[in-house]
Design a protein around this ligand. Structure first.
Ligand code: ARG
Length: 581
């Protein structure tokens, strides 16, 4: 049980005793430690309902509180109840964490299946830095949800069936450099896509040819199907290389094309059930009038007032759309995978698509907890959308390569003893970790500025700083004559710096469930920075190796617990820690 849960159950008992009936005992971590460790506004909420004096009610609740050995409580301001955890309680809790594999993290997910839909690049188009956000955030959410006990299915819903294939097919037949494709498929596919795209602009006849290639593919032309298939295979190979560098894994790669056979039937079903209707030859989902226009994703406000904003699921020419596929995907995930929740990690521009999708699914009777985990853009240091010098989107692989190269230089300067394969491996861990952490330490909804120096700094709010902290802790243990067995020791806390460290240890298990409430891995990232800083203060204030007996082993245990939480926490962000750096 976390300390927060212990407090909550005691507060619940006190509320029941005071009021003669159960009431919600909500407690949060205090924002300012001067007022205590935790705070509850229960007395204020209840006093308002009962029209009594909140401070008097708070006092009554405190009189009924049995906090023996755990905390003290007092009243503040208009009727807050503030709790201060006793150092002995922090010590006892830290001692239990030492013996707990899960580091105090509750299991809140057992029995629940969540599909995480992330990364999902489009075949034959490059993964750009925008996809980095989906890939890194999505992977971290998978790791956190698994750690919390959820059954997680990571699904890469790649865009493998789009209009881009008209151009790709034409380019493949007329421009393909087989050797280049073999060597590095993604840039070659991109090249032919770009060249054909340019040609279509210069010559309408080329555009017509591309359209015909697409129609043939959609009609099942064997030659085009084979090329399409090959194209997907080589793209997947290229993508796997990038995912390998990023250490990101998927359980499935069910791309858009997987759902092709289901789309016609789906549209028919929507028509018979009256969820969709015909409009100018297209089949569309309109507002059903059940919501206020402000909340209705099928309405939009234009100059002349509210008008329809339907989702098209079949075009007048018979073609199906992104939304049609996503509806079929929801059905599949619920029926085949028994999904309770689906988290879509996709940029802000697709917000309307997901609002319409979730609403349409609900009308169709497909229920579940569906969330659009949206994120903003990545900006260059000039605060404009990140582009290369020639004005193109920066590609993900280039970002990763550059980060690893920069990390290698820094390590070579700091620690020239490290060489060869080891140096290369550490540069990879540090360079990739820096990119991931820069991403995950931001609020996902804000646009973030990509600044190399800032994200690679050894002293800063960075992955290298955290990785370096774990290396420092390891080096303490290397100086011991005999291996240290933390499971046999008891933590005692005397100094303020020790108490603060144990306070943060206790927070780890309270924080993780909060992160998936609104998908904010940045809470974890910032917590880890706070923990590392608390560790460095502790290490300066409290001698470890030079202290004696039980104090020494207690402090070593605090070091070990810190290292375990740091490495576990970084691991949940998808970041590894080197042995040295
Ligand atoms: N391929 C899409 C894109 O790059 C993202 C797909 C997201 N997932 C989904 N189920 N719609 O924009």
């Amino acid at each position: 049980m976390t300390l927060l849960q212990s407090l909550e159950s005691r507060l619940a008992a006190a509320l029941a005793a005071t009021l003669g009936e159960p009431a919600v005992a909500a407690i949060t971590a205090a924002a300012d430690l001067r007022f205590g460790d935790y705070q509850s506004n229960a007395a204020m909420v209840l006093a308002k309902q009962r029209k009594t004096n909140p401070r008097a009610l708070a006092q009554e609740i405190i009189d009924h509180l049995e906090l023996d050995g755990l905390a003290t409580a007092d009243i503040a301001g208009p009727g807050f109840i503030n709790f201060r955890i006793l150092p002995a309680a922090y010590a006892a809790h830290a001692t239990t964490l030492l013996r707990d594999e899960r580091l105090g993290v509750p299991d809140i997910g057992t029995g629940k299946t969540v599909i995480v839909d992330f990364s999902a690049p489009n075949v034959a188009k490059p993964m750009h830095v925008g996809h980095i956000r989906s890939t890194i955030i999505g992977d971290s959410l998978c790791r956190i949800a698994r750690f919390l006990g959820f059954q997680v299915i990571a699904d890469n819903h790649i865009g493998d069936w789009g209009t881009q294939f008209g151009m790709i097919l034409h380019g493949w037949k007329t421009l393909l450099d087989a050797a280049a494709l073999e060597a590095d498929p993604i840039p070659e596919l991109l090249r032919i896509y770009r060249d054909v795209n340019a040609a279509t602009k210069a010559d309408p006849a080329v555009l017509e040819t591309c359209k015909n290639e697409l129609v043939k593919l959609q009609a099942g032309d064997p030659e085009n199907l084979v090329i399409w298939q090959q194209c997907i295979e080589v793209s997947k190979r290229g993508l796997l290389k990038i995912y390998d560098v990023l250490d990101v894994k998927f359980d499935h790669w069910l791309g858009e094309s997987y759902y092709n056979d289901r789309l016609a039937g789906l549209v028919e079903e929507f028509l018979t059930k009256g969820i969709a209707r015909e409009s100018n030859g297209a089949i569309c989902i309109f507002s059903d009038g059940s919501q206020k226009p402000d909340d209705d994703p099928f309405m939009v406000h234009r100059e002349d007032g509210w008008t329809d904003n339907p989702a098209i699921i079949r075009k007048a020419d018979g073609g199906f759309l992104y939304a049609t596929t996503d509806l079929a995907t929801i059905q599949f995930r619920i029926d085949e995978w028994k999904a309770d929740q689906i988290w879509y990690v996709v940029g802000v521009p697709q917000q309307l698509h997901f609002r319409q999708l979730f609403e349409a699914a609900a009308r169709w009777g497909k229920t579940g907890d569906f969330r659009h985990v949206a994120f903003g853009s990545i900006l260059g240091e000039d605060r404009k959308l990140m582009k290369t010098r020639s004005g193109e989107n920066v590609q993900l692989t280039d970002v990763l390569t550059e980060s690893v190269e920069r990390a290698a230089k820094i390590i070579a300067e700091k620690n020239p003893d490290i060489q060869g394969d080891e140096a290369a491996e550490i540069a990879k861990i540090v360079g990739i970790g820096a990119v991931k952490f820069a991403e995950l330490s931001q609020n996902r909804l804000t646009d973030y500025v990509f600044a190399w120096d800032r994200m690679l700094a050894l002293q800063g709010d960075t992955a290298p700083y955290l990785q370096y902290s774990t290396v420092r802790i390891r080096s303490i243990f290397r100086k011991l004559d005999a291996p240290f067995d933390a499971s046999a020791c008891d933590i005692t806390l005397n100094e303020e710096a020790e108490i603060h460290l144990a306070r943060l240890h206790a927070r780890f298990g309270e924080l993780l469930p909060l992160i998936i409430e609104d998908f904010r891995p940045n809470l974890l990232a910032n917590y880890l920075l706070e923990l590392a800083r608390a560790f460095h203060s502790f290490f300066e204030a409290c001698p470890v190796l030079k202290s004696e007996d039980s104090i020494r082993s207690s402090r070593l245990a605090l070091c070990e617990l810190t290292a375990r939480i740091l490495t576990t926490g970084l691991g949940l962000l998808g970041i590894k820690c080197p042995e040295r750096m």
